[in-house]
Ligand binder design. Sequence first.
Ligand SMILES: Cc1cc2nc3c(=O)[nH]c(=O)nc-3n(C[C@H](O)[C@H](O)[C@H](O)COP(=O)(O)OP(=O)(O)OC[C@H]3O[C@@H](n4cnc5c(N)ncnc54)[C@H](O)[C@@H]3O)c2cc1C
Length: 347
Amino acid sequence: MMRAGRFRYHVASTVADAAAALADGGPHARLLAGGTDLIPNMKRRQDTPDLLVSLRHVGELRGISVNGETAIHAGTSLDDIVKSAAIRAVHPALHRAASQIASPLIRNTATLGGNLCVDTRCNYYNQTFEWRKSIGFCLRGPVPDGICWVAPSGRRCWATASSDSAPALIALGARLTLLSREGERDIPLEELYADDGACPLTKRADEIVTSIRIPSRVVRSTYWKLRRRGSIDFPALGVAAAIRPGPHGVIEDARIVLGAVASHPLLVPESQLLIGRTLTDNVIEEFAEGAARHARPLDNTDFAMTWRKSVARSFLSGALRELRGDDPSTFPLLARETALRNGWRFE
Ligand SMILES: Cc1cc2nc3c(=O)[nH]c(=O)nc-3n(C[C@H](O)[C@H](O)[C@H](O)COP(=O)(O)OP(=O)(O)OC[C@H]3O[C@@H](n4cnc5c(N)ncnc54)[C@H](O)[C@@H]3O)c2cc1C
């Protein structure tokens, strides 16, 4: 049986209490929300904190309000998001992403804040301590001067961003509130992420994600996920798309985001090129081809990387066709099979 190392435990009663404990705890203190990512990582000795600050009893960190702008407190469980009729109606991308995270049991415990801060993943890293030791560990330690087994000649970690909710929320234009003992700050969600597998978050260690806000713009949105097992699995690819159609279907705003193909959720720069256009077949296919070029999956997660790249193009096309209101039976083959296998309902 794998056991976590020894650690101290502080049960916070308020966010201010948690912020103070985190600041006093120093660099080896961690926040514990649902624990569905952190605890397995501690058992595998990927992380060895000496203090856990539990957010489980911080009531002010839970709740959803959809009233013009949508606000979701960071300690809200994924299950509460999935069960929210308002989220389902107003933000289908977030609803579909949340409902495909892990399994029902995990979604009951796991929180949105934890999902946004979930660690990056790699076949050479998400292994037991003994397994990693047998290959001499990797760039991420715990020994110095390890190599990256994915790209041995380089000096960076290519572990993959694996949150499902992050691409969906970035597509929806979400913003994040971070709180520390020094005060609050507010950032666009995409700025939380750095393109670095070993150090994927830009926030300071003493900052707590307290809430996520989605603007009230009327958009159509969706999220497509590739995973091996429909019942439980991290994304091998995620495509989130949100568009705001104006009169005659002319697009007024568009944000398309790729997940699980880089160390950060990737906001496709060509999204802007969709503005002012209508989603004709040509526009969709031209966009899907260009955007899929940003997907550079590496050989560090599930499925063959060249195949994952081809799925990116198919999913981009499928997602935009869904937003246009097409019947799934007309989608490109891979997209059609995924939609039907998952039983996605297009409303
Ligand atoms: C079998 C299995 C399958 C999984 N499948 C998926 C999947 O398909 N998709 C997916 O996205 N994830 C998946 N996960 C990962 C994980 O369950 C989810 O990402 C979950 O949402 C993490 O939330 P949590 O509350 O449990 O986070 P925790 O484990 O408590 O925390 C995760 C990290 O976030 C930090 N953190 C937590 N809350 C905050 C906060 N408010 N502010 C700042 N930092 C914070 C913690 O310190 C820690 O570093 C899976 C996990 C397992 C075990």
